[in-house]
Write a protein of this length. Sequence first.
Length: 285
Amino acid sequence: MFLSSLVRHYNVFVWKAMREKNTRQHSAFEYWQNNLFVLVITWVFPVCLIALLPTTYLEIKGGGYTVAWMNAIALTAIYILAIQRKISFHWRKIWVALILVVFSLVLSRLLYTLELGGIYLFALSIFMGLLFTGKMSYAGVIVNGLIILSFTLSLHLNPTLSSLYQITFQKWIIYASNFLFINFVVVVMVRILLISVEKSLKAQTELNRQLRVEMLLKQDQHRRLREIAYIQSHLVRAPLSNIKGVSGLIRSMHGHHVEELLLHSLDKSVEELDSVIKSVVDRTC
């Protein structure tokens, strides 16, 4: 009970902290992506603790204080930038992506390991594929390609790097080509999925718009019918009542010769007209 309440308050706190200060209209898909970004930031801290706490402990125990500080600085920087409400969601996502790039490069340089840096670069491409649209969604793959190309040139021009990173030039080419291939395929699959989601959201938005228009038309039609009913029940019935009154007055007059057949016909016409008006009023109300 306490844990669920704590999680709920934490979610509300992060959402309020990350809302854009200058609100503007977003498309349904942009709104969905922004909510996904908020969800990622919400849970990146508790999930990262699972990996960072033992890693930081082992690094400090082994004397690697720099790596421990890097972990803390990167996570803190992501959170500080994420809650800057004056910055749009688009630019906050870009800054988080840049932090991931810098963090992966520095981590690879400090630990002389390509695998760990590659994991964060792979996560970067998925992050950008999910949270950006258009050409920007492939920026992660392009950045990874440029980084791999730069390291390939460095490894070719400086053979001593092979011993530092414990990898030969041939193995690096195999690793890099497979990494880029899988990276590109995954991002393309993510984009195909998101394009389908975007089309569904657009269709749903258009359907909701059509339903609102139809509802407004029905409300306007109902209003017009009520106006017609009012005219029929009040304005038309008034002269009808006058006719009935005149008919009664003629009948009550003495000393005047009025044909009974004419009066009977007049009364019958009045009753028929009254019946028609009642029927119309009942149908339009």
